[in-house]
Design a protein around this ligand. Structure first.
Ligand SMILES: O=C(O)CCC(=O)C(=O)O
Ligand SMILES: [Fe+2]
Length: 349
């Protein structure tokens, strides 16, 4: 079967094929070992934000600090975002991807242009990349000057309002978390927020159709997120995995929880004390899966470097300064390649 440059996985899958096209086949060393899924005893940390504003803050800060050092990812509960809103975003995604193809194609993103807004499947500009078993809808949501809700789905009529409400809530939550993260490493609460400046926020709904050979494919290949922090919700199907001490650990789906992923820029600012999480999505033969990722990133012109406050004689800078736009361009041209992009900025002390 020919997989055209602009085709969608959902359409490929609906042809009823028994074997996946070769373009989606991962090389043997990158294929997921699905039998591992239920085994590991290690669990991604869970941080309860209940009583965030009172005497619980020390416990929360310590829990967040440990999770950022050891994992680069944690789940939060009692975060204040109504479950209704989380459900509405997941429903929006499901409705859109289950709508007729002619409807979806009205919102097609521009092929070949990195991070273009709209409905797409192939994320990278690079031609020889193994394809992800995933379709997506990307919304540009912050700053407001960058948004054009006319390009977002018109159905249901509440779709665009829900995305806007969700975008605001996720921005505030990301800022609260960045304050705790900054303080937990010994920086002023506003430190990381000020380094990032006016946040660029994208919201990406990912749709992973069932896959006839899930052991050969990946929904999303291993990567770390490029920006500062990502807030992700998933449905009950599950498939997000995080690499920890050489093992892929499945992030347990919890209806009310939000997954917090540190991005590469936070790793740089923290001078490597905190890690961005290497993660991927696996697929399954039975059920389509939805996730919604909200990225909180700097603008393209922003310079990022290790916080001078964290540099001492015993702890020299571990990363070179980078202009965020250059970092993003490298990511899209070379591919995510696990955490190779950030490793290339490392200074060998
Ligand atoms: O779908 C998921 O669980 C992961 C999504 C993700 O990592 C991303 O969009 O960067
Ligand atoms: Fe990601």
């Amino acid at each position: 079967m020919d997989v055209g440059s602009n085709s969608r996985v959902q359409a490929v899958n609906e042809t009823g094929l028994q074997h996946i096209p070769k373009e989606y086949m991962q090389p043997p060393d990158l294929r997921p070992n699905l039998a591992d899924r239920c085994f590991s005893s290690a669990q991604v940390p869970l941080v309860d934000l209940l009583n965030f504003d009172s005497n619980n803050i020390d416990t929360i800060r310590n829990g967040v600090g440990r999770a950022c050092r050891e994992w680069g990812v944690f789940q939060i509960i009692n975060h204040g975002v109504p479950t209704r809103l989380l459900d509405e975003m997941r429903d929006n995604g499901r409705n859109f991807f289950e709508s007729p193809v002619e409807e979806k194609l009205k919102y097609a993103c521009t092929f070949g242009s990195a991070a273009s807004e709209g409905y797409g499947s192939r994320m990278l500009v690079k031609e020889d990349q193994v394809l992800d078993w995933r379709d997506y809808f990307d919304h540009h949501t912050q700053p407001i000057s960058r948004t054009n809700p006319n390009r977002w789905p018109h159905n249901p009529p509440s779709y665009r309002e829900t995305v806007q409400e969700y975008s605001e809530q996720m921005k505030l939550l990301a800022q609260r978390l960045l304050a705790v993260i900054s303080e937990s490493i010994g920086l002023q609460a506003f430190y990381i927020q000020e380094v990032i400046g006016e946040p660029y926020q994208n919201i990406t709904i990912s749709y992973y159709p069932p896959c006839p050979q899930p052991e050969l494919a990946l929904g999303l290949q291993a990567h770390s997120d490029m920006g500062a922090i990502t807030l992700l919700i998933q449905d009950e199907v599950g498939g997000l995995q995080v690499l920890k001490d050489g093992l892929w650990i499945t992030v347990q789906p919890l209806r009310d929880a939000i997954v917090v992923n540190l991005g590469d820029q936070t790793q740089i600012v923290s001078n490597g004390t905190y890690k961005s999480a290497e993660h991927r999505a696996v697929v399954n033969a039975q059920k389509a899966r939805i996730s919604v990722a909200t990225f909180y990133d700097p603008s393209k012109q922003t310079r990022i470097c290790p916080a001078p406050e964290l540099i001492t004689k015993d702890s020299p800078p571990c990363y070179r300064e980078v202009i965020y736009g250059d970092y993003v361009s490298a990511w899209y041209t070379k591919g995510p390649r696990g955490k190779t992009n950030i490793h290339e900025l490392a200074i060998n002390n």
